[in-house]
Design a protein around this ligand. Structure first.
Ligand code: PEP
Length: 254
């Protein structure tokens, strides 16, 4: 049975001290909360915070994700962070292909395929983001765009690698805008993504992969979204920085 996942994406927010405080607030809630066995909480934190947070929280309650990685193994790539480095700190997930990386750092599907390969080769689970821009949706190209992103990024991956992958559908027009996809818009795309995975692999793999919705998820809209058949939780940006809101979103995942 596929997992329900609530993942936070802190982006470039909080100092390490503030990040530890925030993680400890969520950890203290989870330590006294009967989270469904099938549900997982992941925090996508800046690289600089990973080590300190991992020292303070029990990984069975909170798993840690990095927000990016290098496409290279090691070497003369000043300023880059490899998957092996992230893994060595104890993080088990990496967000790959967030729309902000596609938009501001020119990451394309071809590069993302290499980053995914780095994740699989180092036994780290990617949280792969896909989603269309507003103009792509307005011109009715959203299905075509998401299909192209997935097919180009996931070429040459095995069934077991796909099973270690989380997909996040994040319509770009809904990220950080306060504008959320309606549950039916999100469900329609999630169902479509599951069909793409079925076509690339098979029904068993398609049924096992968790597909998260991202785009202005908050404590008021989370439960409606998470009730949809193909929505297996959320990738939460802004609201993941507010402990009470994030905790309420976790409570919405049943
Ligand atoms: C995100 O950063 O992945 C995101 C969905 O942000 P927000 O929830 O703020 O829209």
């Amino acid at each position: 049975m596929r997992k329900k996942i609530i993942a936070g994406n802190w982006k470039m927010n909080t100092t390490p001290d503030e990040g530890v405080d925030l993680a400890l607030k969520i950890y203290s809630f989870l330590s006294n909360y009967n989270l469904d066995q099938n549900c997982k909480v992941i925090l996508g934190v800046p690289f600089t915070h990973i080590d300190r947070i991992i020292q303070k929280v029990d990984s069975s309650k909170i798993a840690i994700a990095a927000q990016n990685c290098s496409q290279f193994d090691s070497g003369a790539y000043t300023g880059e962070i490899s998957v092996k480095m992230v893994k060595n700190l104890g993080a088990n997930y990496i967000i790959i292909g967030h729309s902000e990386r596609r938009q501001y750092f020119s990451e394309n599907n071809e590069l993302l395929a290499i980053k995914l390969r780095q994740c699989y080769n180092n036994n780290i689970n990617p949280i792969y983001c896909c989603g269309e821009t507003l103009s792509e949706r307005d011109s009715n190209r959203h299905f075509e765009i998401v299909k192209e992103q997935i097919i180009e990024s996931f070429k040459d991956i095995s069934e077991s690698e796909m099973l270690n992958t989380i997909i996040a559908y994040e319509p770009v027009w809904a990220i950080g805008t306060g504008r959320t996809a309606t549950p039916s818009q999100a469900q329609e795309m999630h169902n479509y993504i599951r069909l793409i995975i079925k076509d690339l692999f098979n029904q068993i793999v398609a049924d096992e992969v968790s597909i998260l919705y991202g785009g202005s998820v908050n404590s008021a809209n989370a439960s409606e979204l998470f009730k949809c058949a193909d929505i297996d939780g959320g990738l939460v940006g802004g609201a993941s920085l507010k402990p009470d809101d994030f905790i309420n979103i976790i409570k919405s995942a049943k």
